[in-house]
Ligand binder design. Structure first.
Ligand SMILES: NC(=O)C1=CN([C@@H]2O[C@H](COP(=O)(O)OP(=O)(O)OC[C@H]3O[C@@H](n4cnc5c(N)ncnc54)[C@H](O)[C@@H]3O)[C@@H](O)[C@H]2O)C=CC1
Ligand SMILES: O=C(O)[C@@H]1CCC=N1
Length: 277
């Protein structure tokens, strides 16, 4: 399968690295481009064999599966630019949440999908969220999901939960690393521990925690019960967390959804302008 990638910024680059290093596609099967070509060239230089194209049309023409890895508001332009070269045999995937499946289908004559990755996929772990367009057969969905499983745990979602699922899967690593960073900062500012020690202990703790869940030893509540000795020290810390975090995640999900709907409105305007012109 020839895999095209348009946009090798942050996530496009991570996706290419992940696909190649997992063996899901050979370097020679990857065709990439970026608006600032030098960015894509650096990636192609790091993985000799990857084909670098200056023209977006060449990427489309030479690929079967095409990932569009640009920012949400850049989608209308990119979809318009690639549309003349997309055939019914292509599969085009958006890696972003605010662009609707319907907008992809209206813009392109092929099978479309959304495949929202997570930075965790770089380690061959974590979920990659899939939503398919309307004209996919079950066996075709299975085939592509199987391909994604070479570097992730593909998980099909309904469009209505896209934002929250993406908050958990794709933004989650940033959210929880922020909390861990705050945990380390506070340990350093409130006690005599050295930063490097606090960082090491925290990193080992979080890796151990993730292994406990991976091995199925505990659920979240059963783990808390095991560590929280009645009348002990953990309970004092948990009381603080309970008090201080009240409403925090509710506000977080509200904020991400507000931004999501803002982006969707701007996108709808841009797509309508495209149709009218
Ligand atoms: N950062 C993350 O963990 C995740 C990001 N995403 C999605 O990935 C998308 C890209 O995000 P980033 O990589 O962080 O942004 P970015 O700004 O780093 O990358 C976008 C790239 O697209 C290129 N580009 C823009 N218009 C172009 C055009 N017409 N032709 C060719 N290249 C063009 C830009 O030059 C840039 O390199 C976003 O839509 C985001 O929602 C999805 C899942 C996770
Ligand atoms: O479009 C999205 O949902 C992703 C999640 C992280 C950044 N963009």
């Amino acid at each position: 399968m020839q895999v095209g990638v348009i946009g090798t910024g942050n996530m496009g680059r991570i996706l290419v690295e992940t696909i190649v290093e997992s063996g899901a596609a050979q370097k020679e099967e990857m065709i990439i481009t970026n608006r600032t070509l030098d960015k894509a060239k650096k990636l192609a230089d790091a993985y000799p064999g990857i084909k670098l194209k200056k023209k977006i049309s060449d990427v489309v023409k030479q690929s079967n599966l095409l990932f569009v890895c640009v920012r949400p508001l850049q989608f209308p332009d990119v979809l318009q630019e690639i549309a003349p070269y997309v055939t019914r045999d292509h599969i085009v995937s958006s890696i972003t949440s605010p662009v609707e499946i319907g907008q992809l289908e209206q813009s392109l004559p092929c099978k479309v999908m959304r495949s929202i990755p997570s930075i965790t996929n770089r380690a061959g772990k974590g979920v990659l969220l899939l939503t398919y367009g309307s004209n996919w057969e079950t066996h075709e969905k299975e085939k592509i999901a199987n391909w994604f499983s070479e570097f992730s745990h593909p998980y099909e979602i309904e469009e209505k939960v896209t934002r929250v699922a993406s908050d958990i899967v794709s933004c989650g690593p940033a959210f929880f690393s922020y909390l861990l960073q705050s945990f380390i900062d506070a340990a350093v500012s409130e006690t005599e521990i050295e930063r490097k020690d606090a960082e090491y202990l925290t990193a080992e703790m979080i890796q151990g925690l993730s292994s406990l869940f991976e091995k199925g030893f505990y659920t979240l509540p059963s783990l808390q019960k095991k560590v929280h000795v009645p009348g002990g020290i953990t309970g004092e810390g948990l009381k603080v967390l309970h008090r201080q975090s009240e409403g925090m995640f509710e506000d977080l999900f509200k904020a991400t959804h507000e931004k999501y709907y803002e982006d969707k409105e701007l996108l709808a305007e841009k797509f309508t302008k495209r149709q009218d012109s």
